[in-house]
Design a protein around this ligand. Sequence first.
Ligand code: 5GP
Length: 202
Amino acid sequence: MTKGRLIIVSGPSGSGKDTILQKVFERLPEIKFSISTITRDMRPGEVEGEKYNFVSREYFENMIKNDLLLEYNNYVGNYYGTPKAPVDKAIAEGKEIIVEVDVNGARNIKKCREDAISVFIMPPSYEELNRRLSSRGTDAPEVIAKRMKAALDEIAEAKNYDYIVVNDDLNEAVEDFITIIKSDRLNIKRQNYLIDEVLKKC
Ligand code: 5GP
């Protein structure tokens, strides 16, 4: 059984998912991150190759045709996809790799990678989610309502995940996430090889 592990992470806008992941990578730098390939325009402050590789629709559709993606989704008119090769490489090398995808991506990955573990990052309450989505400055109430609806639709899918991390207190949420990773490292499925190694010597 493999020592590597695919870890799927999702969470709505306002869940604080990116901040939690950033702190997890600081604490556990050995974990890899899957850089998604996407067709939307780069936003100010984004850096090519950091979280995303930005490509044309034509390039992306060629990736689909050549079966280079583990999963992909069309999200508000743009493609978002997880390249297969880096995920397979990390797992073959016995490493953990985090893929950050929306709920559709998570469902599709689980279909073909049953041993992946999935973590959903939740805001602590409806009121707090509303407060976080409203506190971004100048957005019109209709825009906030749209974001709120999208977030609630995603939260409705959270019951299909293996773990839920509630982001009320950031430090606690980071600890919870790390606890999931560390306890998974102790899972028998990831340590079978140790037993075989010891038994091989007798
Ligand atoms: P944004 O455009 O705000 O960066 O991301 C929009 C949504 O796409 C987020 O929910 C994010 O988690 C999701 N996403 C990012 N990368 C991927 C991917 O490779 N596949 C899928 N299915 N969703 C992704």
